[in-house]
Design a protein around this ligand. Sequence first.
Ligand code: PMP
Length: 355
Amino acid sequence: MFNKNLFANKLKGIEPYVVDTGKYKARLDANESFIPLREDIRKKLCEVIESFDFNRYPDPHANDLKVAFCDYYGLKTGNVCVGNGSDEIISLLMNCFVDFGKSVMVFTPDFSMYAFYASLVGLSVVQCPKKADFSIDFDLAEKAIKENDVKLVIFSNPCNPTGKIEKKSDIKELAQKCPETIFVVDEAYMDFASIKNTESFLKETEEYENLIVLKTLSKALGAAALRLGFLVADKKFCDMLFAVKSPYNVNGLSQKCGEVLLKEKAYLDECTKSLCDSCESLYKEIVRSGIGKPDATYTNFVFFKDERAQEKQTFLRENGVLIRKFGIDGGALRITSGTSEENALVVKTLGEFKN
Ligand code: PMP
C-alpha cells in the first residue's frame, strides 16, 4: 500500500487532465486547427533540423522567435515573454505573481485550468458567475474584486468554452476601477474574432500597467505541437516573468520552428480565414439541422446547451467523433470546427441520435 502522507495535502483529490488519445475519424474536442502544415514550410523546418545545434541549450529569451512574433502582430519585443505554451505562463502567473493565500478571481464558465493552477499553489479562488447569457457581469465583478481583495483576475476573451466576446471598453473600465488588481486577458482565440471584430488589447498593454494579454500559437496559427505561448504586457511584467521562469523553458526546436512559421504571415492569415469559414459553416449547419441553438461564436468552435450532452458525447465517440461536453447549466456541447467532411460527419451523427 502506497503511503499517501508522502504527498502534500493540496494534492489530495487532484484529478489529472484527461486527454483521449484513441483513434477517431474526427477529433473535434481540443480547438486545434485542422489544417496540416503546407509542404514548403515543412521543408523549411527540415532544413532547421539539419543545421540545429542539439548539443547547446536554447536561448532563454527566445529572442529570434520573439522578434518574429512581434513582427507578426506589430509589437515591441520588450513587451513580450515566451512560455512553454500559454499553460506554463498561466501556471507561473499563479505561482509567482500572487502572494500565498491571497485571492484570484475567475469567471464561470471559463477555461478550467485557471482555477486549477491557482488552487494548486494555495491561492483562494473567487468564482464570479456569468450572466444567464454567459456574458461577464462587470458590476458583480467589481464588487467581488473589492470585497475579496482580489489580486489577479483572469479570463479568456473570446471565451473558451462559450465562444462569446466581451467589449474592450467594459474590460478597460473595470481595470481602471481596480488599479491594484492584475487583469489577465487570455486572447487565445482572438485571431478568429479579429476578422469580425477588434476587441483585442494586444497593442494597448503599454497604456495599462495592470493589464496582461496572453497569446498562443496553438489555435489559429495551427502549431499546438510546438507548445508556444506568449505574455504581452508592460515591460516590468515581462522582465519579472523572465526572472521567475526556468531559464530554458522553451525548447530550441520549438523556438526555431515557431520563428519559421511566424514569418509566413500571408499563409497564416489564409489559414485563419479558412478556420473561420469552416466554423461559420458548422455553425450554420447546426442551426439549420435543428441540432442545437448556439449563440454567435468568435472562435473556431460552436457551443450550445444540451440537456443530453453526456449521452450525445458518448454516442458520437462510439461513432468515431470526439467532442467536448460540459456540465454547465444542465449540460452543453462544444464542437471544434474541422474539415468540411468532419463537420458533415458530426452533424450527420448528431442527427442520428435518438431522443
Ligand atoms: N487559454 C485558453 C483559453 C485555451 O483554450 C487554451 C487551450 N485549450 C490555452 C489557454 C492553452 O494554450 P496552450 O496550448 O498555449 O498551452
